[in-house]
Design a protein around this ligand. Structure first.
Ligand code: NCD
Length: 325
C-alpha cells in the first residue's frame, strides 16, 4: 500500500518521473479532449478528504485534483468539531470506520505530530498526509520542489534560503528534507532566535553533509547581505496556532519582505511562500516576476493529480522506479 507520510520517502528518481507526469496533466487540462481523457483516469474511485485543521489550498486542490481525474469525493472540513472526534472517538477508530466505506484513499490533515503515521497503521487504504502537527507536509514539499524545478529545470546546486517560523512550520521541514536529497543543495536559515530549526533537522543535514548556515536574528537589514546568494527564498508566517500560548507574547512577528529586499535578490531567483501569508511578504512585491507564491497553489493541484494516480497504482511510470519505502 502506498501511503504518503513523509517527504523523506521520495527519491530524486521518483520526483523526476512524477514531475514529468505533472507536466503532462497540466497540458491535458488546457484542452477539451485532454479534460475528457483526464476524467477517465481515476473514474469511479472514491476519495475521502478528512481535515481536522483549517485548510484552503490543500483541501481545495485535492478536491479539484480528484474532480479532474473523475473521482468521487466525500469530505469533512472541520473534523475536530463535526466528526465523532468531539464525542471522544480516537483517530484510529475513525479511520477504521471510514475504511469500511471502501474509499480508494484517505487524505488526512491533523493537528498532532505523527497522526498520518498512526492512521496508516490501522488503515486498509492509502493514507495521504495533508499536514500533521508541526512535523510533516509532504505533498506541499512536492509542489514546492516542482515549482523550483519548473523555474530552474534542475534541482542540483541550488542555494535555498528558508526563513520565518522554522520551529513550528511543517512546510519548511518537509521542504528541507526533500531538497537535502539533491546534489549541491546549500541552505541559509533565517529566523527569530526562538523560532530556529529544531535539532533533529540540523542533525539530519549534518548526517548527510548538507552545508547550511543559520542566521538567528529577526533583522530585516541583516538578511540583505545573504539574499544575493539565494536562488530560492522561501518565506513563512508565524504559526500562531502551534506556538505555546505563554511563548507567543515574547516572540516578535516575522519582518516583512519588501521591494528593498527584492532589490538585493538575483534577477534569476524566486520568492516562495506556502500561503496563507500575514504581513511577512508585503503585497508591493506581488507583481515582481520573481514572486511565484500564487503559482504554487496551481502547481499543487497538478502534483496532487499525479500523486493520486500513483497512489492508486495507475501511474504509467510505476515500473521504472525503485521506491525505497
Ligand atoms: C501550510 C500548512 O498548513 O502548513 N499551508 C498550506 O498547506 N499551504 C502553511 C501554513 O499554514 O502556514
Amino acid at each position: 500500500m502506498k501511503h504518503i507520510l513523509t517527504a523523506e520517502q521520495f527519491t530524486p528518481a521518483f520526483l523526476v518521473a512524477l514531475f514529468k507526469r505533472t507536466e503532462q496533466f497540466g497540458m491535458q487540462l488546457k484542452s477539451g479532449t485532454g479534460k475528457i481523457w483526464l476524467r477517465q483516469r481515476l473514474a469511479n474511485h472514491l476519495l475521502f478528504n478528512v481535515f481536522y485543521e483549517p485548510s484552503t489550498r490543500t483541501r481545495f486542490s485535492f478536491a479539484s485534483a480528484a474532480h479532474h481525474l473523475g473521482m468521487h469525493l466525500v469530505e469533512t472540513e472541520s473534523a475536530s468539531e463535526f466528526s465523532s472526534a468531539i464525542k471522544g472517538e480516537t483517530l484510529e477508530d475513525t479511520i477504521r470506520v471510514l475504511c469500511e466505506y471502501h474509499p480508494s484513499a484517505i487524505v488526512l490533515r491533523h493537528h498532532e505530530d505523527g497522526a498520518a503515521l498512526r492512521a496508516s497503521t490501522v488503515s486498509k487504504v492509502p493514507i495521504i498526509n495533508a499536514g500533521d502537527g508541526k512535523k510533516e507536509h509532504p505533498t506541499q514539499a512536492l509542489l514546492d520542489v516542482y515549482t523550483i524545478f519548473q523555474k530552474f529545470k534542475t534541482l542540483n546546486n541550488l542555494t535555498i534560503m528558508v526563513g520565518g517560523d522554522l520551529a513550528y512550520s511543517r512546510t519548511t521541514r518537509s521542504l528541507i528534507h526533500l531538497m537535502a536529497k539533491f546534489a549541491g543543495t546549500r541552505f541559509i536559515f533565517v529566523s527569530p532566535p526562538e523560532l530556529s530549526l529544531l535539532p533533529d533537522v540540523l542533525e539530519h543535514l549534518g548526517n548527510f553533509e548538507v552545508p547550511y548556515i543559520e542566521v538567528k536574528e529577526n533583522s530585516s537589514d541583516l538578511i540583505k547581505d545573504y539574499l544575493k546568494h539565494a536562488d530560492v527564498v522561501y518565506w513563512t508566517r508565524l504559526q500562531k496556532e502551534r506556538i505555546p500560548q505563554d511563548l507567543l507574547p515574547k516572540i516578535s512577528d516575522i519582518f516583512s519582505i519588501t521591494s528593498e529586499h527584492l532589490a538585493c535578490m538575483k534577477p534569476t531567483s524566486i520568492l516562495m511562500h506556502p500561503l496563507p501569508r500575514n504581513r511577512e511578504i508585503s503585497t508591493e512585491v506581488d507583481s515582481d516576476h520573481r514572486a511565484v507564491y500564487f503559482q504554487q497553489p496551481g502547481n499543487g493541484m497538478l502534483v496532487r493529480m499525479a500523486l493520486l494516480e500513483w497512489v492508486l497504482g495507475q501511474a504509467p511510470f510505476e515500473n521504472s522506479l525503485r521506491y525505497d519505502k
